[in-house]
Design a protein around this ligand. Structure first.
Ligand code: NDP
Ligand code: DXP
Ligand code: MN
Length: 398
């Protein structure tokens, strides 16, 4: 049997490590031929020892130098150029993109243009350049296999269903760590509070996005691109248990849902083994009689304005989703760095979107320019807020 050769971007992260579990559990099916990582050189060292990949990309030059001494047989590259080199490597079957943020976009576009299959966890990539990626994938025959749990669920239930028979999609939202707080109560929440997700263990950025509801906003846009469904037919419901991963309503009213444990190894494995469902060697116990009851509530778009804004930017199209995403990436990091408050995240995103103006028919080049401008602007606003707070503190102390 020929093994599927895998390139893994973001191997040291939450999705990356779980993907390595899946690869290691199926040595007869999968082989890791290359990977990229950010700063975690110790983890990268362990991965090289365990999987003997041919090619590795580090985000930092110092890591490249250190690893080159330790592993002279491994081809080492660095930075964003290195990610492109990795995407261009000969002899792999699927590129699993589990990098966080839109730094994952250029290697994805490169691989899609070469007709390579992509297992996509990195939702920011589709939000920024969904039309380009899907159009290029259709042109080259590259398959975009969703890893995000909701989209993996929809993808699974759509197997064998004609697109013309689909009435709508329903994406479930846990509500995040602050689902039982009012908007006013968010004024002084901490990073530690925000990172306590009720159901999933994930990286910091996405866990915080879940608390602001930006994650669900990104997922609505991601679903629009992946499945070609209009925004008005993509619904979100609050589902506290995260057991129903998402649903599809067909034209005759039948509702097809995919259920399962809150374990990302399931969607990761399916994206890698598609169209087969392999045995899950790390199966997480899942017993509906233990869970007992499932709850579904309407989303309150006033309580969760970032979801409302995501629909607006999605419908506007062009560079608007990229602006929403870029502002969020900067604001999310600024909150993690203690520079701004939780509510300032949504204030900065809203301001960036409302200040953005463009004409119809944006090219990818123009979208990426808007992305870059937004990052610079929002970074400046974060600095301004930091200065204002310093001045206010000095006044209080006087
Ligand atoms: N975690 C989850 O369960 C889910 C995640 N997703 C999506 O998957 C993506 C990854 O999420 P998650 O695993 O939680 O994130 P993590 O923060 O845990 O991991 C991010 C990974 O990206 C790497 N990385 C960051 N910057 C660079 C760079 N410039 N070059 C190369 N590698 C880089 C990190 O390296 P290092 O750590 O070495 O710095 C790390 O390996 C996100 O887009 C997220 O929205 C979607 C659904 C579920
Ligand atoms: C596991 C996964 O796919 C995450 O995107 C998850 O959906 C986050 O949960 P909520 O955004 O619903 O809180
Ligand atoms: Mn998700």
């Amino acid at each position: 049997m020929t093994k599927k050769k895998i390139i893994l971007l973001g191997a040291t992260g939450s999705v990356g490590v779980q993907a390595l579990d899946v690869i290691a559990a199926h040595p007869e099916q999968f082989e890791l031929v290359g990977f990229a990582f950010g700063k975690n050189i110790e983890k990268a060292r362990e991965i090289i020892q365990a999987f003997s990949p041919k090619i590795v990309v580090a985000a930092q030059e110092s890591s490249q130098v250190t690893l080159a001494k330790a592993f002279p047989d491994v081809e080492l590259h660095v930075g964003n150029e290195g990610l492109i080199t990795l995407a261009r490597t000969e002899g792999y079957d699927i590129l699993l993109n589990a990098i966080v943020g839109s730094v994952g976009l250029p290697p994805t576009i490169e691989a899609v243009q070469l007709g390579r299959d992509i297992a996509l966890a990195n939702k920011e990539t589709l939000v920024v350049a969904g039309y380009t990626i899907m159009a290029e994938a259709a042109r080259t025959g590259s398959k975009i296999l969703p890893v995000d749990s909701e989209h993996a669920a929809i993808f699974q239930v759509l197997q064998g269903v004609a697109k013309s028979d689909v009435r709508s999609l329903t994406i479930t939202a846990s509500g995040g760590s602050f689902r039982d707080k009012t908007h006013e109560e968010l004024v002084d929440v901490t990073l530690e509070d925000a990172l306590a997700h009720p159901n999933w263990t994930m990286g910091a950025k996405i866990t915080l996005d879940s608390a602001t509801m930006v994650n669900k906003g990104l997922e609505v846009i991601e679903a629009h691109h992946l499945f070609g469904i209009p925004y008005d037919d993509i619904h979100v419901v609050l589902h506290r248990e995260s057991v129903v991963h998402s649903m599809v309503t067909l034209k005759d009213g039948a509702v097809l849902a995919q259920l399962g444990a809150t374990d990302m190894r399931e969607p990761i494995q399916y994206a890698l083994s598609y169209p087969r469902h392999l045995t899950m060697h790390h199966e997480t116990p899942f017993d509906l009689t233990e869970i007992g009851a499932l709850h579904f509530e309407k989303m309150d778009l006033v309580r969760f304005p970032m979801l409302d804004l995501a629909y607006r930017v999605g419908k506007l199209g062009g560079g608007y989703p990229a602006v929403y995403n870029a502002a969020n990436e900067i604001a999310n990091q600024a909150f993690q760095d203690g520079k701004i408050t939780f509510l300032e995240i949504e204030q900065l995103i809203t301001r960036a979107v409302f200040e953005h103006m463009e004409f119809d028919g944006q090219t990818l080049h123009q979208i990426l320019a808007s992305d870059e401008r937004t990052r610079q602007k929002v970074s400046q606003w974060v600095e301004d807020l930091t200065q204002e707070k310093k001045i206010a503190l000095t006044e209080v102390r006087k």
